[in-house]
Design a protein around this ligand. Structure first.
Ligand SMILES: Cc1ncc(COP(=O)(O)O)c(C=O)c1O
Length: 464
């Protein structure tokens, strides 16, 4: 007699748990229709946790700008508040208050003018902040055009090809002509002369990047500001938005005399990612505006279905309070001196990494005396029998390092570079281990090209 299949009710019985566990451990995880019956919490956890082992290790992920380590107390705070919906301002007024405090602190950090109440808003990340900042520029441009009795049907936005893809997205999603200007050959960032001829009365704004995704360098925002100020003097008003997704929580601490923020007259708004060098897990970003008035009244929506009349300026609605509160935690936990110390530590370790890679004759390390993010850009020399892709593949195989190799944007596509972020969790020990692996990978790839190695290399030394 063959035993009959257990009924769903029997399967839910904890005593029969092993059957349920077997069902997931011996078959592929459910990936289409929702399973008919559930499993115990531990079984569900284990099934997912085991699959997560297949992802890369965030601590060895040198590709990401995003925070991969927070203190236990911060994690506790996040866990304690995950269930509070940030948008319920009436129900959670203290969360809303803390969010405003963060906005004011960032506005001050970016040298915004005194006397503003709440010049900005919390967002899911810089992408949402970019959309909101750019929409404000679009609305203000439309008002200016309307007032002057001019056409407002063909807005354009001027930026360089060193921007993050989010700016192209904004233009497509919100029907704005993208004037995406290629970076001149041999350059890596944009300046006023690259933009001047592309700006006209339909330009809603110009984007200056402070800490580009490609190289961590900054556009010449001081020069762009001067150009825009001259244009304003001649009757053409075009504001600048600064994309400080990464730089916003680096340069105020590493280079306080670098003027990139509201100290520049044409800057009307800035986005920054709390979940990058703001040192909070994803997702939290911030839009800060020079003044409260920068956000057009048309873009603010009022609703009262959560208990009191409430104003919102967001694309998202619901989201956890945790990351807003975690940002505030970092602000009061570290203070200005703590952030400065963290940034110094990252820059020191960045220097250590760059110095050792510079000594390797297979590599060229990019240097820049201007303010840059704590990251190293290197390329494999042309005379080597392997390229950057081979090298990052070998680094991944040796110890799971995740280092991206990619093409520079137009017009510099022939340049293929590797980028390594040196974040807070990248201690000197890890930097040294990475450098050792670079050296050994280079030796191995050279030998392999000469046919001198057959199998994979044998690991020696500590840490395996
Ligand atoms: C310069 C720049 N802008 C915008 C973004 C998008 O930021 P987020 O991931 O916070 O949406 C990034 C992300 O890396 C970036 O580097």
């Amino acid at each position: 007699m063959t035993p009959s299949e257990p009924t769903p009710q029997q399967m839910m019985n904890p005593e029969k748990e092993e059957m349920l566990v077997e069902s997931y451990f011996t078959k592929p995880a459910p990936d289409d229709a929702m399973p008919e019956v559930g499993v115990t919490p531990r079984a569900a956890y284990n099934v997912i946790a085991s699959e997560m082992e297949l992802d890369g290790d965030p601590n060895k992920n040198l590709a990401t700008f995003v925070t991969t380590w927070m203190e236990p107390e911060a994690r506790l705070l996040i866990a304690d508040t995950l269930h509070k919906n940030y948008i319920d301002h009436a129900e959670y007024p203290r969360t809303a208050e803390i969010s405003k405090r963060c906005v004011r602190m960032i506005h001050k950090l970016f040298n915004g003018p005194e006397g503003q109440d709440s010049p900005g808003t919390a967002c899911a990340g810089s992408s949402e902040a970019v959309m909101l900042g750019a929409l404000s520029m679009k609305w203000n441009w439309k008002k200016r055009q309307e007032k002057a009795g001019k056409d407002y049907s063909r807005p354009n936005l001027v930026y360089g090809s060193d921007v993050h893809v989010v700016w192209d997205k904004f233009c497509r999603y919100f029907d704005v002509e993208p004037r995406n200007i290629p970076i001149p050959k041999g350059k890596t960032v944009m300046g006023p002369d690259d933009f001047r001829e592309h700006i006209d009365e339909n330009t809603i704004g110009v984007i200056g990047v402070v800490g580009t995704t490609f190289t961590g360098q900054c556009d010449d925002v001081v020069g762009i500001d001067q150009m825009l100020t001259e244009m304003k003097g001649k009757g053409l008003e075009v504001p600048m938005h600064i994309d400080a997704a990464s730089g916003g929580f680096v340069f105020p601490f590493s280079d306080p005399d670098f003027t990139w923020d509201f100290r520049l007259d044409s800057v009307v708004s800035i986005n920054t990612s709390g979940h990058k060098f703001g040192l909070v897990y994803p997702g939290i970003g911030w839009l800060v505006t020079r003044t409260d008035a920068q956000v057009a009244e048309d873009l603010i929506f009022y609703e009262d279905y959560l208990g009191e009349k409430d104003a919102t300026f967001t694309l998202n609605f619901s989201g956890s309070s945790s990351f807003v509160l975690a940002q505030y935690y970092q602000f009061i936990r570290l203070g200005h001196s703590g952030y400065s110390s963290v940034v110094r530590a990252m820059q020191d370790n960045r220097e250590a990494l760059a110095n050792r890679l510079r000594d390797m004759d297979a590599l060229t390390v990019y240097d820049d005396d201007n303010p840059t993010l704590p990251l190293v850009i290197a390329r494999t020399n042309d005379n080597e029998p392997f390229d950057s892709n081979d090298l990052v593949g070998e680094l991944a195989r040796r110890r799971g390092w995740l280092v991206p190799a990619y093409q520079m944007p137009p017009d510099n596509e022939n340049d293929r570079i590797m980028r390594m972020l040196v974040k807070f969790n990248q201690t000197r020990e890890l930097v040294d281990a990475l450098c050792d692996d670079f050296e050994e990978s280079i030796t191995y790839l050279r030998k392999r090209s000469e046919g001198k190695v057959s199998g994979p290399p044998v690991h020696t030394g500590h840490g395996y």
